[in-house]
Design a protein around this ligand. Structure first.
Ligand SMILES: C[S@@+](CC[C@H](N)C(=O)[O-])C[C@H]1O[C@@H](n2cnc3c(N)ncnc32)[C@H](O)[C@@H]1O
Length: 256
């Protein structure tokens, strides 16, 4: 039996699952702290958004492949998937996907989702994950103006100046994000590294297709409250009493 089938069936003999919760245990999915986003890895990449097989990711929503529903939220560098798990029940009719570079971490998230689907029938059907390099393959997954939310929570800081080109927020990548986010859609960023926080904010401020949300808009958005506490990295920062720096921007609506 394949691991995914074992998880889906709640197979008692699968040692990677906790006996009590039936959720995957992190110690079986150890991964290097970082992967180099500029090196080529060998994983399948869809040739275009039309080639993304939604029925594999969301079988409940896609009993046949021709449903009109599309992915609307993307969590870039989703890590162990905490944000997606929170969003899945908050927005049960919205399809969302995590994009993660590290293979073991992606496997963990896949199995976490499968286990949650088994233990909560009817729930978590709207969430999935894919192993990919978001710096290279965003346009392979999403069409123009497809996404309403993109998340960049606690991205790798790449401190050295020569490594800034590995950062997942940059003027060049914001052009791509502005293309796939629909007008009025929102980009959420948070970090505990002040210098990276300033960098992300200034990239967004200087980009002609994004504008900052007002304090009132930030207050009213339930998702903003999740940024610092829903992910595994956010919880670590909060346990250690670390400060966080958010930048939340809207994809502008162009007037005729
Ligand atoms: C510091 S972790 C934060 C994970 C998660 N967002 C959180 O808050 O817990 C950054 C994650 O981004 C992933 N990552 C880095 N570069 C990436 C890329 N180009 N494409 C996809 N994932 C990437 C890393 O593998 C890592 O899991």
């Amino acid at each position: 039996m394949q691991l995914e089938e074992k998880v889906a069936s709640g197979d008692e003999s699968n040692p990677c699952l906790s006996k009590s919760t039936r959720l995957p245990r992190k110690r079986f999915y150890r991964a290097r702290a970082h992967s180099n986003p500029l090196s080529d890895s060998h994983f399948p990449v869809p040739t275009s958004p039309l080639h993304v097989d939604y029925s594999l990711h969301f079988p409940h929503f896609f009993p046949s492949p021709d449903s009109p529903k599309k992915i609307e939220f993307a969590d870039i560098g989703c890590g162990f998937g905490g944000l997606l798990i929170s969003l899945a029940t908050l927005f049960p009719d919205t399809l969302m996907i995590g994009m993660e570079l590290r293979d073991k971490v992606t496997e963990y998230v896949k199995e976490r989702i499968l286990a949650l689907r088994v233990s909560n029938p009817g729930q978590y059907q709207n969430v999935s994950v894919v192993r990919t390099n978001s710096m290279k393959y965003i346009p392979n997954y999403f069409e123009k103006a497809q996404l309403s939310k993109m998340f960049f929570l606690f991205p790798d800081p790449h401190f050295k100046e020569k490594n800034h080109r590995r950062r997942v927020i940059s003027p060049f990548l914001l052009d791509e994000y502005a293309y796939v986010i629909k007008p009025g859609g929102i980009i959420y960023t948070i970090t505990d590294v002040e210098e990276l926080g300033e960098w992300m904010k200034s990239c967004l401020e200087n980009h002609p297709m994004f504008e900052s949300l007002t304090e009132e808009e930030l207050e009213a958005d339930p998702v903003v409250k999740l940024l610092s506490c829903a992910t595994e990295e956010g919880q670590k920062v909060s346990r250690n009493g670390g400060q966080t720096f958010k930048a939340v921007f809207r994809r502008i609506v162009l007037k005729d």
